[in-house]
Ligand binder design. Structure first.
Ligand SMILES: *Cc1c(COP(=O)(O)O)cnc(C)c1O
Length: 357
């Protein structure tokens, strides 16, 4: 199968080779060194400020979204949540579950966040801001400079879910004054799912230290303490952490986060050029390099997904909910090449020849 979904994505050979090995015991100085190296490279790639810390959660991206909320906010906070799709909605659900007072900024599918929408919330007593910088479900990449400016002006603790955007789009945690940034193993890190990552700025660490977390597994105080020696409180997904280590070092050796972002941007641009003339409409006001969201004008998106999967051995990414029939997405993350883009575009052209598209 040729995989253009947005996660899990295709892994490089080095990562796959590690998957074939026995999983080692982990309470060792060797594994601690791997973890400390993972922490250092993650901080470097996210441009995290001096004194930041990284926690590797065994759980998918949502586990880190939940842990971040539980360790940063409580009933005395009041947070703004951008909800432009299913991942924004997830933050809203988490606020509800954890009784965190919140206001939802709801956006129609495909729409970006505008300055005027934020202005009404200036000086309104909020303490935090939650956003998925790339709302993967609709393929909208928000203006994070604008959001950061708003948060700095209003002294809001900014939590950014960058799960699908990390390494695909430029991101500078220090300059943006981000309190917490979240990502996951199965997107641009191109590893199997199972690990998600929380990068806490010094302010984020301080919040976690001060908050009483009503959960044992997700208590970041415990994780931060263990992390000082490169360990985790409980058995982590050891194999995936070793794969992340190989992948981070591969990115570093190839020129770091900037080169990886450039590579993903070039793949996205190549694909967007190659589909010109096909009966598709791009349905996002502002795209990430990670994904191209497309509305097929002449066929059902779900049918295209199924035919490509069953007859061509290609996975594109179907949409769920209201957009299931009208939108599919093509990812540009993971071990993909421009030749792979051509293979997909040729399959689209074949569907046209067959009268399906
Ligand atoms: C993939 C993704 C997640 C994580 O989802 P899980 O299924 O829990 O791994 C979170 N936020 C965004 C924006 C994502 O794209």
């Amino acid at each position: 199968m040729l995989n253009f979904t947005v996660g899990p994505v295709q892994s490089p050979d080095k990562v796959r080779e590690i998957g074939a090995q026995q999983v080692p015991y982990f309470r060792t100085p060797e594994f601690s060194n791997v973890m400390l190296e993972n922490e250092a490279l993650m901080k470097k790639f996210a441009k995290a400020p001096e004194g930041s810390r990284v926690v590797f959660i065994t759980g998918s991206g949502t586990a880190s979204m939940e842990a971040s909320i539980m360790n940063s906010f409580d009933e005395n906070d009041s947070v703004l949540v951008v909800n432009g799709g299913s991942f924004g909605h997830r933050f809203v659900q988490l606020c509800e579950v954890h009784h965190i007072p919140h206001t939802e900024i709801k956006l129609d599918a495909g729409k970006s966040l505008k300055k005027e929408m934020l202005q009404q919330y200036d000086n309104a007593g909020y303490t935090g801001f939650l956003v998925n910088v790339h709302e993967t479900s609709t393929g909208v990449h928000y203006d994070i400079d604008m959001i950061s400016e708003f948060c700095k002006r209003n002294k809001l603790f900014l939590v950014v879910d960058a799960v699908s955007s990390f390494l695909a789009d430029d991101f500078d945690m220090s300059a943006l004054d981000v309190g917490i940034m979240i990502t996951g193993a199965q997107k641009a890190l191109a590893c199997p799912p199972g690990i998600s990552v929380i990068i806490l700025s010094p302010k984020g660490v301080e919040r976690a230290e001060e908050h009483q977390c009503k959960c044992m597994y997700f208590d970041l105080k415990d994780a931060l303490k263990n992390g000082e020696r490169g360990q985790t409180p409980f058995t982590p997904a050891v194999g995936t952490l070793l794969q992340i280590n190989a992948r981070l070092k591969e990115i570093e050796a190839a020129g770091g986060a900037a080169s990886e972002t450039k590579k993903i941007a070039a793949l996205a641009e190549d694909f967007r050029n190659k589909i010109k003339g096909l009966p598709f409409e791009i349905v996002s006001e502002s795209m990430s390099n990670a994904v191209t969201p497309l509305h097929p004008l002449t066929a059902s998106a779900k049918d295209i997904f199924n035919i490509l999967k069953d007859e061509y051995g290609i996975w594109i990414c179907p949409n769920g909910g209201d957009l299931a029939d009208t939108v599919f997405r093509v990812g540009h993350l993971g071990y993909l090449t421009k030749e792979d883009n051509t293979t997909l575009v040729n399959a689209f052209k074949d569907l046209q020849r067959r009268g399906i598209l």
